[in-house]
Design a protein around this ligand. Structure first.
Ligand code: GUN
Length: 280
């Protein structure tokens, strides 16, 4: 069987082109505040890529780099100020924060209208009530990939492996919005194999490699791999052994080049969406 490769790079390009055009027609330039606390090298790379993404579509990035040793009071004050600044459309607080700062004390300071990560309880709640809101970027990126390749979700059985607040749970909510029938599996699920075998669309966000045996996956399944791992051979791979699936399933997202490129693109999408809502 020929396996369709679902490219996040291609999907991302198409969405970014539309965003660029949309932004160029606005009478203002949207602005995203990107807050990075401390010197975590991986976070520094993510933040740089987010700012590059902004520049590529015409969003202003307000780069807020803060010392590892900032006090909770100081950080609180900075977030509150950005939140009340009408020229700031979205606020991204890069996680993880340094040890002495608890994200639970700071994320709620970002109002749901500027919550471009889609982490706020109001945004998550609206999603599950079928209302429009700022959706979590990675799962919304997956929906956009499926739409880009005209993969039908309505009436299909979607199986999500993983129940994090950032991926698994919002993924289930978004698939429900598309009229899929959704099963959510997690670390305490008994007989994972039985559920995986019944998937028309399988979304794996387990955070663990090889939890799923490729032979469980049926031939006509569309496979989405959210994982990202450094392999022993130095390459990057997902939660699944993709090599074993090519030629065996209907479609799959590669790692790298699948889900990964979509996350930043959906952050840019959310920034524009927030900007239009907030300034209208
Ligand atoms: N750290 C790793 N991924 C993310 C993300 O999507 N958003 C934020 N704010 N921090 C992260």
């Amino acid at each position: 069987m020929e396996t369709l490769i679902l490219s996040g790079r291609e999907t991302s390009k198409s969405i970014r082109n539309k965003l660029k055009e949309e932004i160029s027609e606005l009478p203002w330039t949207p602005q995203l505040a990107v807050i990075l606390v401390g010197n975590d090298p991986a976070s520094a790379v993510y933040v740089r890529n987010k700012e590059k993404g902004c520049a590529a579509v015409g969003i202003r990035a307000k780069d807020v780099k803060l010392s590892e040793n900032i006090t909770p009071e100081e950080l609180r004050k900075i977030i509150v100020e950005l939140d009340s600044d009408p020229d700031v459309d979205g606020i991204l607080l890069q996680l993880p924060l340094p040890e002495h700062l608890d994200e639970k004390d700071f994320l709620p300071l970002i109002s749901y209208k500027k919550d471009v990560d889609g982490f706020h309880p109001v945004n998550q709640g609206k999603l599950f009530m079928g209302e429009n809101s700022l959706f979590s970027c990675t799962p919304n990126g997956i929906i956009q990939i499926l739409k880009h390749y005209n993969i039908r979700m309505s009436g299909k059985h979607a199986v999500v492996v993983g129940r994090s607040n950032i991926v698994g749970k919002p993924m289930a909510g978004l698939l429900l919005r598309e009229d899929a029938t959704v099963t959510v599996c997690h670390s305490k699920t008994t007989d994972l194999e039985k559920h995986v075998r019944r998937a028309d669309i399988l979304v794996v966000a387990a955070g663990k490699r090889n939890l799923i045996n490729p032979i469980w996956i049926q031939l006509d399944t569309v496979v989405i791999d959210v994982g990202m791992h450094r392999l022993e051979n130095g390459k990057v791979g997902g939660d699944l052994d993709t090599e074993a699936l090519i030629g065996r399933v209907a479609a799959l997202t590669p790692v790298p080049g699948g889900v990964g490129p979509m996350t930043i693109t959906m952050l840019l999408h959310n920034t524009v969406k927030a900007s239009i809502e907030n300034r209208r």
